[in-house]
Design a protein. Structure first.
Length: 277
């Protein structure tokens, strides 16, 4: 069944909320498409659009932080007592983000086809990965935070490995990266922002590649049965709900209330394995 305006509205809201909440946007889009009877694999343009919408919502919520990072990044290097150049905090932060992108870049370049095969393998994988997400979030409730002052390059790379694994449907990207950062002893106040900023370049890069892919088959084939109205409704829904979820999630991480999402992912994962696979 082709995607109508109502389905686009619902799936746009699902994408916007679950991109930031640690419950897996890809898993919930797969569940939502299955429940609504829409052919998600035939609506790649819709998926591209709602992912771009969530990136824009990140830019809206964190625009002050992003501008501050850009100013600090392009500030001239300082020298220490020995005359050696020294990075400032913003430059170290941006460098950690760049390092965190290495694993997902490798996956995108060399294993993209394998990942797409997994996405078409049904809800069983989604259910299993939601249980893994639940376990990761549950560990944060018992981990003893060490409250590191800054995210190191080593930690950035390890968090990036978690992001690369989260390409699997049902394994939450924000949940995996934030939980990994907490288990490494990083501050709650910096992790949500780091998690949301580190995903912007990979999402935009993937969206560009997918857009080129679908447009090669012609505009009509790219949109399938998706109307421009439905596409616009889904985009706006993902953008607005993404702004709400991004702000909410930053507060949730600072308060350390991830255990409730662990319970949710565990319950949904079990229900999928029992009734949906």
């Amino acid at each position: 069944m082709s995607m109508g305006t109502l389905e686009a509205l619902l799936l746009g809201i699902v994408q916007g909320l679950t991109e930031y909440l640690p419950v897996s946007s890809s898993g919930h889009l797969a569940i939502g498409s299955a429940l609504l009877g829409t052919a998600g694999e035939e609506n790649l343009m819709f998926t591209v659009a709602v992912h771009i919408a969530t990136v824009l919502s990140t830019l809206v919520v964190l625009w002050r932080e992003i501008i501050g990072l850009l100013k600090g990044t392009f500030h001239p290097l300082r020298c220490n007592a020995r005359g050696l150049e020294r990075l400032n905090n913003d430059q170290r932060y941006v460098l950690a983000i760049l390092v965190s992108m290495i694993p997902i870049g490798i996956v995108g370049l060399f294993f993209k086809d394998k990942v797409e095969e997994i996405f078409g393998s049904g809800l069983f994988v989604v259910g299993c990965c939601l249980l893994v997400t639940a376990a990761l979030l549950g560990l944060t409730a018992v981990a003893r935070p060490r409250r590191k002052e800054r995210i190191s390059l080593r930690d950035g790379f390890i968090i990036g490995l978690a992001q690369a694994l989260a390409v699997l449907p049902g394994l939450s990207r924000s949940g995996a990266t934030i939980a990994t950062g907490l288990l490494l002893g990083n501050k709650k106040s910096t992790l949500a922002q780091f998690s949301f900023l580190m995903v912007i370049p990979p999402i935009l890069g993937e969206a560009l590649l997918d857009t080129v892919k679908v447009l090669r088959g012609g505009v009509e084939a790219a949109f399938g049965g998706l109307s421009l109205t439905a596409l616009s409704v889904g985009f706006i829904a993902a953008f607005v709900s993404g702004i709400f979820a991004c702000k909410w999630m930053i507060g949730i991480v600072r308060r350390g209330k991830l255990i409730y999402f662990a319970a949710y992912c565990g319950i949904v994962g079990l229900l999928i394995l029992i009734f949906g696979s």
